[in-house]
Design a protein around this ligand. Sequence first.
Ligand SMILES: [Zn+2]
Length: 436
Amino acid sequence: MNMIRPLSFQIFALLLSISLISCTSPTDSDDLTIFTNGAIWDGVSDSLLTNHSLIIENGRIKEIMAIDDPGFPSRGEFIDLEGGFLIPGLINAHGHVGVALGLVGDASAHNSENVIDQLKLYARYGITSVASLGGEPIHAFLVRDNIDSAQIPMARMSVAGRVLYAETEDEAAAEVSELMAFRPDWTKLRVDDGLGRREKMSKEIYTALIAESHSHGVPLAAHIVTLEDAKGVLAAGADLIGHSIRDRAVDEELIGLMLENNVCITPTLTRELSTFVYADRPAFFDDPFFLAGVSADVVRQLEEPQVQDYFRSEEADFFRRALPLAKENMMALHKAGVTIAMGTDSGPPARFQGYFEHLEMEMMQEAGMSAMDILISATRDAARCMRFDSDRGTLESGKFADFIVLQENPFEDIRNLRSLKGVYVGGNPVNGVITP
Ligand SMILES: [Zn+2]
């Protein structure tokens, strides 16, 4: 009996110490940052949480905790949200980084400084992640691999690299394996005859490219214009439809293929807009939210008559007519349960990074999507579609502390996303946030 007593005393002491710890606070630590006094949407619930705080530690979400929870931390850095709205950082599931500088899309754009500047610009508008889907210079890979986005801070980026192209099936294998040296997050190909002006990649070739990409474990995004090509790339195993279907109404067969293969679509409505909107001076040239993120020189150039003429081509007319159809098709897919990932195709000349994501979401709202569905599309769903969801898209424990703080409730009107107060990447505040 004497042998047992010390042991049971030790157990009693241990239990006592555990209960004492939980009576104080199991979360107490000087490394915590606690965002209080606002409404929080975690990206999962269907409503805003009030009387809760977001607790972050070492750049990641620790917990969203009720302020009257007995375990609520008493130590840490407290940040007052002043009645604002805190939601996950926005994700652009289809952009292009480092491909253009101003209105020029050539080698002058290809450097790490430009890549970083563009990722900062996205972040200043609340876009904390971007899937760059093709055509980037090598510098995009260098930035992705060597710079911690949270330290700058700037948007996080995935990179696709050179857009895949081949003329034979053998070439397809070589083309993909060459690209793999850069470890692309996604690959990208185009099935598009440029409205009859060039030859379209054949089914055999794109099927081979998709199979090659999959053999390296890399998902593939397909640029398409037509319903027939969307069905073709889906049957061949494409993992993302990169644009709206712009020639005909979507049908049951397409919906069936997208649902069966669990493939998402990025509508890129602003991409269509950008093909014709500069034929005349667009209304957004007077929008302070736009002007705050663009150089005055670029705006001046787009107001020049000979530049406006460039946007009056036959191609521009096609996309002008296609835009209402693109919106209808987006809504038909959305209603059928296909996942819409907010994506803009911003980054090429005159497709303005940061601003166009807001414009895209406003166009999604005009097309009939609810603010709640758009917010899901631009956070949780975009993350899942682009395979970022292990660390992004929602404010769940362990994920990156990537979020934005707004003055106005975004569930009431998607335009309230413009009321930015703060943007955080890995818990660090972004400089130069574009405020209203
Ligand atoms: Zn694109």
